[in-house]
Ligand binder design. Structure first.
Ligand SMILES: NC(=O)c1ccc[n+]([C@@H]2O[C@H](COP(=O)([O-])OP(=O)(O)OC[C@H]3O[C@@H](n4cnc5c(N)ncnc54)[C@H](OP(=O)(O)O)[C@@H]3O)[C@@H](O)[C@H]2O)c1
Length: 256
């Protein structure tokens, strides 16, 4: 049942909207099939699946809650079941750990609850979902973890969020080192601010914030989801096979 056919399959967490949606669509543009996940927006996820199917590729959407650590094993079983029924395989080729939330919380107001929520969604789940899916990823596959420009450039209110993403960046380097023998690469894509629903849509809907963020970028604007998905698709391409253990910032040149 190994997926030896030319078509490759990518799993994108949080593919119902925002950056993950664009990643899923761009993987399909590159000729790949996609499993994407949603947490709350099932209909939006199904719409992405329809768009991918309309382009001639296969796709499926599964529920996944990164805040619920205990659900990882059930989710992995659902992935295997979907692979078997839709693709007649038991392997994926690319794992893109993208799902996430944002919030602006000044350091002095961060609660243990906030800390645990961000820890679970942004780090623990990425770490253990990757561990659980490793046997399901084909040799010579790709793992891409989504971080953020705020691990490099401080933004007040992002101390918890950026700390967890920094942990993901360190994890990715270790992952690359430990799984290299299987020919699997692991890299980080770190977007600058992008206009999505993230953090209540503030990068898109609050004019003063948008102006400030645009001024931080050498290209003078806030990013759009379409600025990011193609980079992820490129990292899944044969041309990117020698890029490993890297953090690639995709921000239009933020705070250079
Ligand atoms: N936008 C930015 O400025 C920016 C910048 C740098 C990095 N990032 C990172 O990029 C990633 C995607 O962000 P985005 O801007 O695309 O955000 P978004 O538009 O708010 O989309 C978030 C996605 O994650 C899913 N999700 C949310 N909470 C989840 C949970 N507990 N478990 C599983 N899935 C969950 C959502 O599912 P539903 O639709 O079902 O709710 C949705 O698919 C995140 O890791 C974020 O940290 C974003």
């Amino acid at each position: 049942m190994e997926n030896t056919a030319a078509t490759k399959i990518g799993l994108v967490t949080g593919g119902s909207r925002g950056l993950g949606k664009d990643m899923a669509l761009r993987l399909a543009d590159h000729g790949h099939d996609v499993i994407l996940t949603y947490q709350t927006k099932k209909e939006a996820a199904n719409e992405v699946v329809r768009q991918i199917q309309d382009s001639g590729r296969k796709a499926a959407a599964l529920p996944f809650d990164a805040a619920d650590f205990g659900s990882i094993s059930t989710f992995v079983e659902q992935v295997k079941s979907e692979l078997s029924s839709t693709w007649q395989t038991n392997r994926i080729d690319f794992l893109i750990n993208n799902a996430g939330i944002g919030a602006t919380i000044p350091f002095e107001q961060v609660t243990a609850h906030d800390f645990d929520l961000f820890l679970n969604i942004h780090f623990k789940s990425v770490y253990f979902l990757t561990q659980a899916l490793l046997p399901v990823i084909n040799d010579h596959g790709r793992i891409i973890n989504i971080s953020t420009g705020t691990t490099r450039v401080g933004v007040p209110g992002y101390s918890v969020y950026a700390s967890m993403k920094s942990a993901v960046e360190t994890f990715t380097r270790y992952l690359a080192k430990e799984i290299g023998a299987r020919g699997i690469t692991a890299n980080v894509v770190a977007p600058g601010p992008v206009e999505t629903d993230f953090n209540n849509g503030g990068n898109r809907d609050i004019p003063e914030r948008k102006k400030f963020l645009a001024s931080m970028s050498a290209l003078g604007r806030v990013g759009k989801p379409e600025d990011i998905g193609g980079v992820v698709a490129f990292l899944c391409s044969d041309d990117a096979g020698w890029i490993n253990g890297q953090r690639i910032e995709v921000s239009g040149g933020m705070s250079l």
